[in-house]
Write a protein that binds this ligand. Structure first.
Ligand SMILES: Cc1cc2nc3c(=O)[nH]c(=O)nc-3n(C[C@H](O)[C@H](O)[C@H](O)COP(=O)(O)OP(=O)(O)OC[C@H]3O[C@@H](n4cnc5c(N)ncnc54)[C@H](O)[C@@H]3O)c2cc1C
Length: 444
């Protein structure tokens, strides 16, 4: 047990306590997103749920706000004060094959969960990158590779262990009023120390990517094709400028590409037939479609594994205006953009207790720019212009990287869910202790 004196207060925890200037402080606060980095008065690197409770109790006694970080992929609002609870060391994953569930500690990454589940012929509803934190992703809804077949990751949560603003450790199950609020409501209601999720019987996929030169025609062809596919097929398209570097496969180097990403859970020969019409959308520069184990599902999108600085905006859409998207976020955009559109529908449209909104949307779009020397104001302006032109009425906050406006947060939820969320926040965190997130302000 390490006790460290912090401004006259003692924090009794097993993990290290770090302040500005301490060795390890900078490393602990730095995650994947380099545009927004927490700079708190104190970091508690929690060794377990009891450390989380002690850190929240310390914050409550000193009237300090609390931020939480697992991997730093989704920092929304950086903490400039208060206590940062780092869950990085809480990485336990326990699979119950008979119940088809897994218990995840707060800092577990999808890659670990995928590997642990695969040993039992099961898979979690993970997303494009195995490096993302499973709990943070699920609290934001979780739109994954098998989404049209099984729904949002948040639809499959069975139990949650939480440390509340009052520093109480509680276990929530679907009968609890607060339970659905966490499933899409992010980290607004406390610090989740662990979560039980359902797993699905998937071991292999037909999947991978088709790469074309980026054109509005390819985007349009993908959009029209999505109207023809069954729920077992989930796909996305990304338009992105590829650097002219040796790490990029030669056919893509230095080009603006359209990358169609596919995950199909049925028979591979049927998958091949379903994808065949897409191959005529343009000249195929690279084709990585194949039968693959779910443990290699991260290769489908091939997201960058290295930390960098980025910003994005999102839109949930009923229809996709390919020409407008291409004009405003394609190769001619005012600042370089990575555009991604994911096909929704299927199980995503089914009602669920989780507060994830816009279940009737057909596409989730996000436009992202690497900050890399670009003026953040110009980036923001470019993103706003696109989202405004598309007229999408909703947002999906997991894909909103960087601070969101109050209106953008509200736009993630259906009206009745928003009312419930703001009332629950007023009841459970009236002082908004958990405010370094896509924040749901307490109802007055
Ligand atoms: C490369 C990349 C790929 C992605 N792919 C997908 C995808 O396919 N589908 C999808 O839906 N999203 C995706 N995301 C978005 C991702 O799910 C969110 O950014 C998510 O918030 C990341 O969670 P984290 O714990 O890894 O990140 P962190 O930055 O550590 O956490 C993000 C936020 O989540 C909250 N949080 C995290 N842990 C806890 C906790 N234990 N208790 C309370 N609050 C907590 C906090 O508010 C925290 O600020 C992707 C992001 C990136 C960068």
């Amino acid at each position: 047990m390490i006790d460290r004196r912090e401004d006259g207060e003692m924090i009794h925890v097993n993990g290290p306590v770090l302040r500005p200037g301490d060795a390890g402080y900078d490393e602990e606060r730095t995650g994947f997103q380099l545009a927004e980095r927490h700079r708190p008065q104190v970091i508690v690197r929690a060794a377990g749920p009891e450390d989380v409770r002690a850190a929240v109790a310390h914050a409550a006694a000193a009237n300090l706000p609390v931020a939480v970080q697992a991997t730093g992929h989704g920092v929304a609002v950086p903490a400039e004060e208060g206590v940062l609870i780092s869950t990085r060391a809480m990485t336990g994953v326990r699979v119950d094959p008979a119940a088809r569930t897994a218990w995840l500690e707060a800092g577990a990454r999808w890659g670990q969960v995928i590997d642990a589940a695969a040993r039992h012929g099961l898979a979690p509803l993970s997303g494009s990158s195995p490096h993302v934190g499973a709990v943070g992703y699920t609290l934001g809804g979780g739109l994954g590779l098998l989404a049209r077949r099984y729904g949002y990751a948040a639809d499959h949560v069975r139990a949650i262990e939480l440390v509340t603003a009052g520093a109480r450790r509680i276990r929530l199950t679907p009968d609890d009023e607060l339970f659905p609020a966490l499933l899409g409501g992010g980290g607004n209601f406390g610090v989740v120390t662990g979560m039980e999720i359902g797993l699905v019987p998937v071991t292999r996929l037909y999947g991978g990517g088709l790469h074309f030169p980026a054109t509005a025609d390819v985007l349009e062809a993908w959009r029209d094709w999505t109207a023809t596919v069954p729920d077992e097929l989930t796909s996305a398209i990304a338009l992105a400028p590829m650097p002219d570097l040796p790490v990029v496969p030669a056919p893509l180097r230095g080009r603006h590409i359209a990358h169609v990403r596919i995950a199909y859970t049925g028979d591979p020969s049927v998958g091949e037939r379903l994808v065949a019409p897409l191959r005529t959308a343009g000249p195929v520069l690279m084709d990585t479609l194949r039968e693959l184990p779910y443990t290699e599902s991260g290769s489908i999108s091939n997201d960058p594994p290295f930390a960098h600085a980025y910003r994005s905006e999102t839109a949930m859409l009923g229809r996709l205006d390919a020409a407008t998207v291409f004009d405003l976020a394609g190769p001619g955009a005012a600042v370089p953009c990575v555009l991604q559109v994911r096909h929704l529908g299927g199980a995503l449209a089914k009602p669920s207790p989780a507060v994830v909104g816009h279940r009737d949307a057909e596409y989730a779009l996000y436009v992202l720019s690497v900050l890399d020397g670009h003026d953040p104001a110009a980036v923001e302006e470019t993103h706003r212009r696109l989202v405004g032109a598309l007229g999408g009425s909703g947002t999906f906050l997991n894909f909103h990287y960087g601070p969101a406006t109050a209106e953008q947060v509200r736009a993630a939820y259906d009206a009745d869910a928003w009312l419930r969320l703001t009332r629950l926040k007023a009841g459970h965190d009236p002082d908004n202790m958990f405010r370094f997130n896509h924040n749901i302000a307490p109802a007055r």
